[in-house]
Write a protein that binds this ligand. Structure first.
Ligand SMILES: [Zn+2]
Length: 506
C-alpha cells in the first residue's frame, strides 16, 4: 500500500483558509474543514480497483522499487529490463485533488494555468468538504503554491419532502431526467434553487416543481399581454426607461430598481435562494397581479406610449433577471419581445432611481378590501359600488379615481360622514365606507356579524378566565401563557372591528 504523509501538507492548507485566501460560504463550514484537518492521519492512496490512474511504481526482481513520471526502461540498480508496474490504482480523491491544475496542463506552465488558476468559486455539497475540498486545497497550496479557488460555496443536499436522505432502500429517490421529461428543466431548476438556502438541505417535492411550472405559464401569459400592446420585437435590449412615467408606472419602475439592487446584493453574498424567492414574489404579486392590471386603464389614454414602454422594459428586465435559472423559457420569450440577440449577451439591468407615489400601499389595501367585500357577499366583480373615503391627511391622489373604476368598478367620493348602513375598510390613516343599501341584505348582514361577535366573545371569555386563574399563570410554561395572551389580544381586536361594523350598519 502507498501512503501520503499529510503532516507537511496540513499546516499550509489550514493557514491559507485562516488567512482568508480561500473563504467558505456560509462561513460556519470552515469548522468542518478545520476539524477534519486537525485530526488527519497519513492517507492510504492505493486502491485495488480496475479503474483509475495506475500507481507510477515499478518493481524489479532484485528488490528495487522505481517511482517515476515516465516508465523506466531498465532497473537503475541491476540493469534488468524486466520491471513490473504496481497493479493498484490511485484513490479517486487523490486524482481529484489534482484536478484544479492537472486539467490546465500542469506541471507545464501553460497559458491556461496562468489564466485560470486559481479560479474564483467552487460550488459543492458539505458531504465532500473532507474528501475533496480539503485535498484540493492541500495539493494546490503544496504544488502551485496557491489555493485552487477563492470562495467555496456550500449548498444543501437534495432530500425528500420529509427531509429524509434519498436512498434506493427507502425507495424515495427521484430521477431528475424523469422530472425534466414531465415538467421541463426550467421548473426543476427554479424549484431546487428556491429551496436551497445556503448550507441547508433541500426538501424535494413535486409540488415545488409544479409551482415553478405554473410560474413559467404565468410569465408566458404576461409576456403575451405585453406583446399585444408593444408589438413583437419592439423592446430595446438595453437601457431606455421612460423618463416621465405616470404614477402607476413610476411605482413599478421604482420597485424594479429596488428589487434589482437587492437581487444583486443577495447574489454577491451567494444567497441565491433568497434572491430568486424575492424576484419570484415581485414578478408574481407586483408585476403580474398589480402593474399589468393597473396598465389596463392607461393603454387607451394619453399615457399610452409611456405605459407601453414601461410594460416592455419591466418585462424585459424580469426576463433578464430570471434567465440564469429558467434559461429556456426566458430566451424563447426574449426572441418575441426583444427579437434581437441573446439575453446572455445583453447588459445586466441597472434601473435609474424613480420616486414612486407614496400612496400606492394605501390604495392597494383599499382595492383588496373592496375585493374581499365582493367575495364575502358573492357580488359580481362588475357590479358598480360607491365608496366614501374619509381622508383626514390628504393621502389620496388624483390617479386613484380611474383605477378604482377600472380595477374594482368603484366610484369614489371624498367626505367625512359615514353613510347609513355601510361597511368600513381601514387603510393607513384612511377609512373608507361602502354603503350596502340595495347591495347586501342589511338584516342578514347584521345577523352574520352578531354570530361572529358571539364567537369572538366566547374566545375572549375563555382566554380571560385562564389568564385570571393564578394557578394557570404561575404553573404553565411561559410560552403557553404568552400564546393565550396573544389569542386574547387578537380576539379583542377582531371584536372591536366587528362591533364597529355593526354600528356602521345603523
Ligand atoms: Zn533491479
Amino acid at each position: 500500500q502507498w501512503f501520503v504523509k499529510v503532516e507537511p501538507l496540513v499546516g499550509p492548507a489550514m493557514e491559507a483558509v485562516k488567512q482568508g485566501e480561500a473563504d467558505f460560504v456560509p462561513e460556519q463550514w470552515e469548522n468542518t474543514y478545520f476539524r477534519w484537518m486537525e485530526n488527519l492521519r497519513d492517507w492510504c492512496i492505493s486502491r485495488q480497483l480496475w479503474w483509475g490512474h495506475r500507481i507510477p511504481a515499478w518493481y524489479c526482481s532484485c528488490g528495487e522499487v522505481v517511482v517515476s513520471q515516465n516508465e523506466p526502461a531498465i532497473c537503475p540498480t541491476c540493469g534488468s529490463n524486466d520491471l513490473i508496474q504496481d497493479e493498484d490504482v490511485l484513490d479517486t480523491w487523490f486524482s481529484s485533488a489534482l484536478w484544479p491544475f492537472s486539467t490546465l496542463g500542469w506541471p507545464d506552465e501553460t497559458a491556461d494555468l496562468e489564466r485560470f488558476y486559481p479560479t474564483s468559486v467552487l460550488v459543492t455539497g458539505y458531504d465532500i468538504i473532507s474528501f475533496w475540498v480539503s485535498r484540493m486545497l492541500m495539493m494546490g497550496v503544496h504544488f502551485l503554491p496557491d489555493v485552487p479557488f477563492r470562495t467555496i460555496v456550500i449548498h444543501g443536499m437534495v432530500r425528500d419532502e420529509f427531509h429524509n436522505k434519498m436512498s434506493k432502500s427507502r425507495n424515495n429517490t427521484v430521477d431528475p431526467l424523469e422530472v425534466i421529461e414531465g415538467h421541463g428543466a426550467d421548473p426543476l431548476r427554479l424549484a431546487l434553487l428556491q429551496a436551497a438556502g445556503p448550507g441547508q438541505d433541500v426538501p424535494f417535492s413535486m409540488d415545488w416543481v409544479e409551482g415553478a411550472r405554473k410560474f413559467g405559464n404565468k410569465l408566458w401569459n404576461a409576456v403575451r399581454f405585453v406583446l399585444n400592446h408593444t408589438g413583437a420585437g419592439s423592446v430595446p435590449a438595453d437601457a431606455g426607461y421612460p423618463d416621465d412615467p405616470s404614477p402607476e408606472s413610476a411605482w413599478i419602475l421604482g420597485r424594479l430598481g429596488e428589487v434589482g439592487e437587492r437581487f444583486d446584493a443577495l447574489s454577491d453574498e451567494y444567497r441565491l435562494a433568497d434572491a430568486y424567492s424575492m424576484l419570484y414574489n415581485f414578478a408574481w404579486s407586483e408585476v403580474f397581479d398589480w402593474y399589468i392590471e393597473l396598465s389596463k386603464a392607461l393603454t387607451d389614454g394619453p399615457e399610452a406610449d409611456e405605459v407601453r414602454a414601461t410594460l416592455g422594459v419591466v418585462m424585459r428586465d424580469v426576463l433578464k433577471l430570471f434567465h440564469p435559472v429558467i434559461p429556456f423559457v426566458t430566451e424563447e420569450l426574449w426572441k418575441e419581445l426583444v427579437g434581437d440577440g441573446f439575453i446572455a449577451s445583453s447588459a445586466w439591468p441597472v434601473v435609474p432611481p424613480v420616486s414612486a407615489p407614496p400612496s400606492m400601499t394605501t390604495f392597494q389595501e383599499l382595492v383588496t378590501g373592496v375585493r374581499q367585500f365582493r367575495a364575502t357577499h358573492g357580488l359580481s366583480p362588475r357590479s358598480e359600488l360607491k365608496l366614501v373615503i374619509d381622508d383626514p391627511n390628504g393621502v389620496a391622489e388624483a390617479w386613484w379615481d380611474r383605477q378604482f373604476l377600472s380595477l374594482v368598478s368603484v366610484v369614489p367620493t371624498y367626505g367625512t360622514d359615514a353613510p347609513e348602513g355601510s361597511t368600513r375598510i381601514v387603510a393607513g390613516s384612511l377609512t373608507a365606507y361602502l354603503p350596502m343599501e340595495g347591495i347586501v341584505d342589511v338584516a342578514l348582514e347584521k345577523e352574520r356579524l352578531n354570530k361572529r361577535i358571539a364567537d369572538e366573545e366566547d374566545v375572549v371569555r375563555k382566554a380571560g378566565a385562564k389568564l385570571t386563574n393564578a394557578d394557570f399563570v404561575d404553573k404553565a410554561p411561559s410560552a403557553v401563557v404568552e400564546k393565550e395572551r396573544g389569542k386574547l389580544a387578537e380576539a379583542e381586536a377582531k371584536l372591536a372591528s366587528l362591533r364597529a361594523q355593526l354600528v356602521d350598519l345603523g
